[in-house]
Write a protein that binds this ligand. Structure first.
Ligand code: PLP
Length: 397
């Protein structure tokens, strides 16, 4: 595979017309190794964060051989790439046909549920199989997360108690799962969630065999620097060890963002400048969905060879589609002389970047090319936390 030193070299040498994902397998390896050595349990990669085959292969080769999926297409993708991988099908509401295919054709044995309809579906679709691990998804607070995932899924109160009791009777291996929300900025969120889970489990009077603390592990973004990931692992381990569960209960996690965010950045081209607005060849119907809709603060740098520092000015972006919504307010601080034909690098787009591209309006083309430099920011200490392209112009503060 061709590779370049960094995005600036890639842009200068290839002058790409379409957006280019700069992929950093080394960053994904670092993240995988961190979870495999520091998380006190099993790590499942949440495929929805970034299903790119190069990333899946990198994680698998680094030792992350378990995958958390939410759709039958994700089940098929993982089963085809890695026939011996462990797949957990953790969407709490699934199609009957998807459950049956996952169980009978792809060897999936772990499913989640948060309602009694789903329990009935899983049992019927698997022929009342006796080799299942069924994880009841419980509702927990998402108050420490930048993106809440609390509204849609998770049983609570008397419903949760009844569902745990029914599921316990139906399966040899019962798990409890939750999600504290994405980009969770404090380890306390996991501790509070385990408090909640313990109360419900005690009320139900059941023994659980798996505690799955889900995803939510943070990455680093400008103005959003979480405490060290070691603190998360330590807090989860300490609380888990105090939990009133069977001695052989195992601990799982399902990081998406933390395993993928640092592994890609995106080179985009300025196609036109109108005052303080730049029209780019990528936008909210592409990898910049979160930048526009959630005002997510990605680091953005100007890829140009400069001999002296330039004055910065604030810019907002328009994406390439004909829709007014294709707008990213920013502001991003870039050299005031930025112009059509220039290239920008948007960092930290490995999670929920390539996964969000729609192809709307025909803007679907992109390439993936390997680069060897460090990600613009990192939660893993082995990487240089400073961007190679100059901190002022990269919006990383
Ligand atoms: C989205 C999701 C994850 C991954 O979440 P991150 O915040 O990216 O770590 C894990 N588990 C489930 C069930 C999810 O829906």
């Amino acid at each position: 595979m061709d590779s370049y030193q960094n995005a600036a070299q890639l842009a200068a040498l290839t002058q790409p017309q379409d957006p280019v994902f700069c992929i950093r397998p080394h960053a994904a390896q670092t993240a995988a190794r961190w979870f495999l050595t520091h998380f006190p349990g099993e790590t499942f990669y949440a495929v929805k964060a970034n299903p790119s085959p190069w990333l899946l292969r990198t994680l698998y080769e680094a030792g992350v051989t378990r995958f958390e999926v939410a759709s039958i297409a994700e089940v098929r993708l993982i089963a085809e790439l890695f026939p011996d991988a462990t797949i957990a099908f953790m969407h709490p509401v699934k199609a009957r046909e998807a459950i049956a295919e996952a169980y009978h054709q792809h060897g999936v044995r772990t499913f989640s549920l948060d309602n009694e309809d789903e329990l009935e579906k899983i049992l019927a679709a698997t022929g009342h199989a006796q080799d299942l691990t069924l994880c009841v998804r419980l509702a927990v607070s998402n108050d420490h997360a930048k993106i809440s995932l609390a509204r849609k899924f998770g049983a609570s109160g008397a419903d949760a108690v009844r569902l745990l009791q029914k599921t316990r009777l139906a399966t040899p291996r019962l798990g409890v799962a939750f999600h504290v929300g994405s980009q969770t900025m404090s380890p306390d969120a996991y501790v509070a969630a385990i408090d909640t889970v313990e109360q419900v489990v005690v009320q139900a009077g059941v023994i659980v065999d798996v505690l799955d603390v889900g995803g939510g592990f943070p990455s680093a973004y400008p103005g959003m620097f979480p405490p060290p990931l070691e603190n998360y692992a330590a807090a989860i381990k300490a609380r888990f060890e105090k939990m009133l569960v069977a001695e052989n209960c195992v601990l799982w996690c399902e990081p998406g963002r933390a395993l993928s965010a640092e592994s890609s950045s995106l080179i985009v081209r300025v196609e036109a400048r109108k005052g303080g607005s730049l029209h780019l060849n990528e936008g909210v119907y592409g990898a910049l969905f979160d930048a526009g809709h959630l005002k997510w603060p990605f680091p953005v740098g100007h890829l140009a060879h400069r001999t002296q520092p330039t004055e910065l000015a604030p810019f907002s972006f328009y994406g390439p589609t004909c829709d007014d919504l294709d707008f990213i307010e920013g502001p991003y601080h870039l050299p005031s002389d930025v112009k059509a034909g220039d290239y920008l690098e948007v960092g930290m787009l490995g999670a929920y970047g390539v996964a969000m591209r729609t192809g709307f309006n025909g803007f679907a083309a992109y390439r993936e090319i390997k680069v060897n430099d460090a990600p613009m920011l990192s939660v893993y200490k082995t990487n240089d936390p400073l961007p190679a392209i100059g901190k002022e112009a990269a919006n990383v503060q």
